[in-house]
Design a protein around this ligand. Structure first.
Ligand SMILES: [Zn+2]
Length: 297
C-alpha cells in the first residue's frame, strides 16, 4: 500500500479521513477515503501500489471486464447498456457536430462502445490495461485495442474524439493521462468523460455503502467542481455537463446489496428516483455525469 501526504489537486497537506469503505467486489478489505481540508477533494488513501492494482480487478463480478450476464443486477446492467450505448454515440454526434471521424476509447473494457461506433462509420481505436478484456474486444468485435503503454506511440493530433466512460476514477497518473489525451486530440477535438459524483443525493444517502466509491478500484472520488478544477489546471475547458439518470438506479441497487446482503429493489428504485429528482432541482448533481471538454490549444 502507498499513502499520499498531499492533495493531488491543490497540494495541501491538510488531510483527514472522510469515510471508511469496504471492497465488496473482490478483497472484502476496508479502505479509507481521505478528504482535503483545503479544497475538499476526496481520494482513496492509502491505496494499492499501481503494480498491485490488477489484483483488485480479479472477479467474475467485475462487470466491464467479464461481460457475463449473471444475476439480476448484471442482467439489468447488460440490458440498460444496449440502450445507453446508442445514446452515448448520439451524444458524440451532437457534441462534435460530426457523424463520423476518428475516435479513441480510453479504458474500452470488452469493447462494446467502441464496437457501437465502429459499426456506425467511426474509425475507432481502444486502450485497455486488462489483457483479458483486450483479447475479448479483439476476438469478439475485431477492434484495434492497445495496452496502456502503447498510446505514446500514437501520432499527435490524430483523433476527433477521445472518450473515457467511467475510467479516470481508476487512473493513477491523472496529469500524464490528460497530457496524452491533449496531445492526441486534433485542434478542434473533443474529450467526453463519465464519472461518478460523490456529491450526489444517492452518495450522501448510502455513505460508506455507496457502490460508486468502489474502493480500491476507484482511487479518486470526484464532484463536478473538482472535475472542473482538475481539467482547467491541465489545459482543458469544460463545455457542458450532462446527467446519467440510469446510473442512480443501478448504483442504488448495488448499494442496497452492500448495505443489507439482499437487494431491496423497491427501496433502490425510490432512492434512484429521488437522487435524479434532487439532481434536476439543484442542477447537475446526478449519481454519474458526463463532461464534455475541449483542449486549449
Ligand atoms: Zn486539495
Amino acid at each position: 500500500m502507498e499513502s499520499l501526504s498531499n492533495c493531488p489537486l491543490c497540494n495541501s497537506g491538510q488531510l483527514a479521513v472522510f469515510l471508511e469503505c469496504t471492497d465488496y467486489t473482490v478483497s472484502k478489505s476496508k479502505f479509507k477515503i481521505t478528504e482535503c481540508g483545503a479544497c475538499g477533494f476526496r481520494f482513496t488513501n492509502p491505496r494499492p501500489e499501481e503494480s498491485k492494482a490488477g489484483e483488485y480487478y480479479k472477479s467474475d463480478d467485475y462487470i466491464s471486464h467479464s461481460n457475463t450476464a449473471k444475476g439480476i443486477i448484471n442482467t439489468i446492467y447488460q440490458r440498460v447498456r444496449r440502450i445507453t450505448l446508442k445514446k452515448k454515440r448520439q451524444l458524440i454526434i451532437t457534441a462534435s457536430g460530426k457523424n463520423s471521424g476518428s475516435l479513441l476509447d480510453l479504458g474500452c473494457g470488452t469493447g462494446e462502445f467502441a464496437d457501437e461506433c465502429a459499426r456506425n462509420g467511426w474509425q475507432v481505436k481502444g486502450i485497455e490495461p486488462s489483457a483479458n478484456a483486450r483479447e475479448f474486444a479483439k476476438k469478439q468485435y475485431g477492434l484495434d485495442v492497445y495496452d496502456t503503454g502503447a498510446w505514446s506511440a500514437l501520432p499527435d493530433r490524430t483523433f476527433d474524439v477521445v472518450t473515457a466512460w467511467h475510467v479516470l476514477e481508476h487512473v493513477y497518473d491523472l496529469k500524464g493521462t490528460l497530457n496524452h489525451i491533449s496531445r492526441l486530440l486534433k485542434q478542434d477535438g473533443m474529450l467526453v468523460i463519465a464519472l461518478p459524483n460523490c456529491s450526489s443525493a444517492d452518495a450522501q444517502f448510502y455513505k460508506e455503502f455507496w457502490a460508486a466509491y468502489d474502493v480500491p478500484r476507484h482511487i479518486w472520488h470526484f464532484t463536478p467542481a473538482h472535475v472542473k478544477t482538475l481539467f482547467e489546471k491541465n489545459g482543458f475547458t469544460l463545455q457542458s455537463v450532462l446527467p446519467m439518470p440510469f446510473d442512480a438506479y443501478y448504483i442504488s441497487m448495488l448499494s442496497e446489496k452492500y448495505k443489507g446482503g439482499n437487494v431491496n429493489y423497491g427501496r433502490a428504485l425510490v432512492h434512484g428516483y429521488f437522487s435524479n429528482r434532487a439532481a434536476k432541482k439543484t442542477g447537475n448533481t446526478c449519481s454519474s455525469q458526463i463532461y464534455i471538454l475541449k483542449p486549449v490549444k
